[in-house]
Ligand binder design. Structure first.
Ligand SMILES: [Zn+2]
Length: 91
């Protein structure tokens, strides 16, 4: 048998998908938190975040550290919902 099949089975059009992801600097958690700034050498630096719901103040120093804020928001919502339910059910 004549097996002269082309070895290179490379699917054409390997398009260059060098698309940069537009990562937003501001996270959506700030919809539920108030940023608290501290002025250092005339420069405002975000240091804390205040929860809209329970008024808790969480540390939010630096950039891109909103994981715990997300977690807090989630538990805060769950807690407030549970509290509302308990209040509605019985005293
Ligand atoms: Zn909260």
């Amino acid at each position: 048998m004549d097996s002269s099949a082309p070895a290179s089975a490379t699917p054409g059009s390997t398009g260059s998908t060098g698309r940069k992801r537009g990562q937003k600097c501001t996270s959506d958690v700030w919809d539920d938190f108030d940023p608290i700034y501290n002025e250092v050498n005339g420069v405002k630096v975000k240091v804390k975040a205040k929860c809209h719901r329970c008024k808790s103040i969480l540390s939010a120093a630096g950039s891109g550290g909103t994981g715990h804020l997300r977690r807090h928001r989630k538990s805060c919502i769950a807690k407030s919902e549970r509290t509302a339910r308990v209040q509605g059910a019985s005293v």
